[in-house]
Design a protein around this ligand. Structure first.
Ligand code: ADP
Ligand code: MG
Length: 697
């Protein structure tokens, strides 16, 4: 199987025009095999129809032009500044290009070079174009066929030692052969390609390297985006299959014995979103397929209540249910909330945390083992330790910090194969959730219970700080509490600690000398953090100075002020999480962003100011900041998992990829059918990283 693709797995050195020295240089760019080269696609495309004749470039325009270097040199200025200049020529005329402060370009650009330049045209001893960007399209003595430039100019990611023109030449010599080889990696039939509205793999790669239109480039990108989404979903579908369908789970029987009484004892009706999500959960739980569902919902959207109903269904089906929280303080908080709701039903809740005495623990373990404890809340120790359950049926995981993919796998490994519900209070766009958690089914609580008082958000500048302090003082005087958050100054924890610590000193000794000020930062142990949060909860601290480590799920209804310094340094979703720490009680709460930011950052902060909807904020964040390192530390490979797919606009493609992947795996879980042999070989040969990431294979 794998040998089918072996031509593309050959080292790059055997390609035309690539000797030992160049292949070393390629190696430093991460291009080792012929396939690596084929997938080294241009980063920029310029449509020839937007290329302006040099003679037409007027002062004040932003120009894009192609011309040959007729003369060049370094011009010193009186102040000692050095400017590199090159005069470009085409059929229509000439123009001077100037690169202030980049004299080293004199070594890179030669007379006779063909350059593509983009930048503003200014007046300086005549017309002068100052390139923001330029691409070396060709070198006079090296070019074979100038005519092959086509109507779209492509620019590859290049480097000083591997310049553009070399890359172009290597592609000119090898692209046809590479495209021919890649045909054997086509895993979609003509029919499927048409059905999906895609183009073939070879056509896609040709479109990216040798486009004749920009829409063709997009069609190429879309095909490669589908490939990466599909293979990712395929791995996730396999995990999902192993965890859910490979062996039956528990089919719970609903009697309404407990669910009905809970409905009547709650002082409110469920929101439409809660009712919908519960239907999804009930349906999973009543079937003998194992549930592995992710419940996403903003802070306060009522996830706990949903979890409780699910737990009651497990109890009605004569099973036990547990809820796990990431920290003790959060476990205690859940235990309190859930315990209150269970009390009218006469069900007792068991709390199990690490800080209980050995005696208490032994008692709790016994109750879980003999089944006298039906509902338990605790930290992760609850199921990771060798805790025996009589009949564990449902595990709810309060996923405050996103679990690593691998850690999620562990959840599935309890011998009784309980249903699993993972909850997340970090709204992310649906497409992102599907890409990250394709092995789970997704439920979204996108509606807040009625009657919430929105947090008032204000945008202030540093010179208004004294006003802010006066406001905090006022609130503390009224008996309320406040948070003051500082960003990580840089990646270094030390610097982070320093700035928050310094501010803490200043605030506690000078500004709020008469108040109780606490400090929370990332270098404290979990226990110390818990201790400080407990003091804050107990009102022993009026003002909590913190770096971003404030626990996501922490609930201090008496805290009404959230001040965020250097707000521009935070992502919108992060700001949203921080704002969610206040507005949890009956009193009006306020979130104050302090920022010296420029217009662009201010626009961003205004989006945040304008909405309280976490999903909307997450979508804006995705659009502004991109998908970044989506898989974070999960990823060990050199390339990002998603290079071509753009989750802010490829959701439709992702759905298609997911449904195909799941359908395939449902019919042929190990991809052993003759028709799937190529697919499984490709998966093995080309996507091993993804397999490992999800612990498959
Ligand atoms: P989350 O866990 O999603 O942050 P909770 O489940 O803790 O949210 O709910 C937040 C608050 O809203 C709780 O006090 C809860 O009792 C209340 N609540 C939940 N659902 C509703 C509803 N449908 N109508 C009114 N209040 C609700
Ligand atoms: Mg089930």
């Amino acid at each position: 199987m794998a040998q089918d693709f072996s031509q593309l797995d050959k080292p790059i050195q055997f390609l035309k025009g690539v000797g030992p020295k160049r292949s070393e240089t390629f190696g430093r760019m991460g291009i080792v095999t012929a396939r690596d080269l084929l997938y080294h696609v241009p980063r920029r495309y310029d449509d020839a129809s937007t290329i302006q004749p040099l003679g037409d470039l007027d002062v004040g325009m932003d120009g894009t032009a192609v011309g040959r270097v007729r003369s060049k040199g370094i011009i010193p200025t009186r102040s000692g500044f050095r400017i590199f200049q090159a005069v470009l020529e085409d059929d229509s005329g000439m123009i001077t290009c100037a690169w202030p402060g980049q004299p080293w370009l004199d070594r890179r650009i030669r007379k006779g070079d063909l350059l593509l330049v983009t930048g503003p045209v200014k007046f300086f001893h005549g017309r002068q174009l100052q390139p923001r960007e330029f691409t070396l399209l060709g070198r006079e003595d090296e070019e074979e066929e100038e005519g092959s430039l086509g109507t779209i100019f492509v620019s590859y990611p290049a480097s000083e030692e591997m310049p553009q023109w070399v890359l172009r030449r290597v592609f000119r010599k090898n692209l046809d052969w590479l495209l021919k080889q890649v045909q054997s990696e086509e895993y979609l039939s003509q029919h499927e390609i048409g059905e999906l509205g895609l183009i073939s793999l070879a056509a896609a790669l040709e479109a990216l390297h040798r486009p004749i239109s920009l829409s063709q480039v997009e069609a190429g990108r879309k095909r490669l985006a589908f490939d990466e989404l599909f293979f990712l979903q395929l791995v996730q579908a396999q995990v999902r299959f192993q965890q859910t369908e490979a062996q039956p789970g528990i089919a719970f029987t609903r009697t309404n014995e407990l669910i009905k009484p809970l409905h009547s004892s709650l002082p409110f009706d469920l929101t439409g979103a809660q009712a919908r999500v519960l239907r999804e959960i009930y349906s999973d739980m009543s079937s003998d397929l194992r549930m592995r569902r992710l419940l996403q919902g903003d802070v306060g959207s009522g996830k706990t209540v949903v979890a409780l109903f699910a737990m009651l269904l497990a109890l009605e089906g004569d099973h036990q249910a547990v809820l796990m929280a990431p920290t003790e303080i959060l476990a205690e908080q859940h235990a309190r909330k859930i315990g209150d709701m269970l009390a009218p039903l006469g069900i007792e809740l068991l709390l199990l945390t690490g800080s209980m005495t050995p005696g208490q623990k032994a008692e709790a373990h016994a109750a879980l083992a003999d089944g006298s404890a039906q509902v338990a809340v605790g930290t992760h120790a609850l199921i990771q330790e060798s805790v025996d359950f009589r009949r564990l049926g449902l595990v709810v995981v309060d996923e405050q910090h996103r679990f690593g993919v691998r850690q999620r796998m562990v959840l599935g490994e309890h011998e009784s194969r309980p249903d699993v519900l993972v909850m997340s209070a970090t709204p992310i766009p649906r497409s992102m959730a599907m890409a990250l958690y394709g092995d789970l089914d997704l439920s979204i609580l996108d509606e807040l219970p009625p009657g919430r008082k929105p947090v008032e958000t204000r945008l202030l500048t540093p010179d208004q700080r004294s006003k802010v302090y006066a406001f905090v003082e006022e609130e503390i005087e009224k008996g309320r509490q406040a948070y003051m958050v500082y960003p990580l100054v840089d990646e270094s924890e030390k610097v982070d600690l320093l700035s928050a610590t310094e501010e803490f000193r200043r605030l506690s000794e000078e500004v709020f000398a008469d108040r109780k000020v606490g400090l929370l930062h990332g270098q404290l142990s979990g226990k110390e953090k818990d201790g400080i949060m407990r003091s804050f909860l107990a009102k022993e601290i009026d003002l909590l100075v913190a770096t971003t480590v404030i626990e996501v799920g922490i609930d201090v209804p008496n805290a009404t002020v959230m001040i965020i310094e250097h707000a521009e340094r935070f992502g919108l979703s992060q700001l949203h999480q921080l704002r969610g720490r206040v507005g949890r009680g009956a009193d009006q709460s306020t979130c104050i962003l302090i920022s010296q930011a420029g217009d662009l950052a201010r626009e961003r902060l205004k989006i945040f100011q304008g909405t309280a909807d976490g999903f909307e904020i997450a979508r804006a964040d995705l659009q502004i900041r991109g998908q970044g390192d989506l898989f974070g530390s999960q990823q060990h490979g050199k390339d990002p998992i998603l290079r071509f797919a753009d989750l802010s606009r490829d959701e439709g493609l992702l759905r298609e990829a997911q449904s195909r992947a799941r359908g395939l795996v449902a019919d042929d879980p190990d991809l052993q059918a003759p028709g799937n042999s190529q697919l499984s070989a490709l998966l093995e040969a080309r996507h091993r990283e993804k397999l490992q990431m999800f612990g498959v294979g």
